[in-house]
Design a binder for this molecule. Structure first.
Ligand SMILES: [Fe+2]
Length: 124
């Protein structure tokens, strides 16, 4: 059983998929069930992953995190998603980029998610 917006990962090949329409079937990749990624919401280490949302000028800035996250080849933020009033916006990042994304949108009900290549899925 899948639900919209869930993120699943294949632990064999690393494929990652997002559900846009949930249904009763089980997702399988490389011959195995895909793993549902848990949305973590609290950092216990010094490395900060929880997205920080700031309204800025003509839009919304999402930073990862309260201390900038590393953006190295083996450890970086792959994407940042903003959900503003039930509409989702996503920016894909690469090593060397700043660990943040600016979305030129407005919204009242805001949340954000990000995916770290090592520490997986986080939400605020
Ligand atoms: Fe990380």
């Amino acid at each position: 059983m899948t639900k919209r917006n869930q993120i699943y990962k294949c632990t064999v090949c690393g494929n990652i998929v997002e559900i846009v329409h949930g249904a009763s079937g089980q997702l399988v990749c490389c011959g195995q069930p895909m793993k549902l990624m848990e949305e973590k919401t609290a950092d216990s280490s010094t490395e900060k992953h929880v997205p920080v949302i700031e309204k800025k000028g003509d839009g919304i800035l999402v930073k990862v995190g309260s201390v900038p996250h590393p953006m190295e080849k083996e450890h970086y933020i792959e994407w940042i998603e903003l959900i503003a009033d039930n509409v989702s916006y996503k920016k894909f990042l690469k090593p060397g980029d700043k660990p943040e994304a600016f979305f030129p949108v407005k919204g009242e009900t805001l949340s954000a998610r990000e995916y770290c290549s090592v520490h997986l899925l986080w939400k605020s």
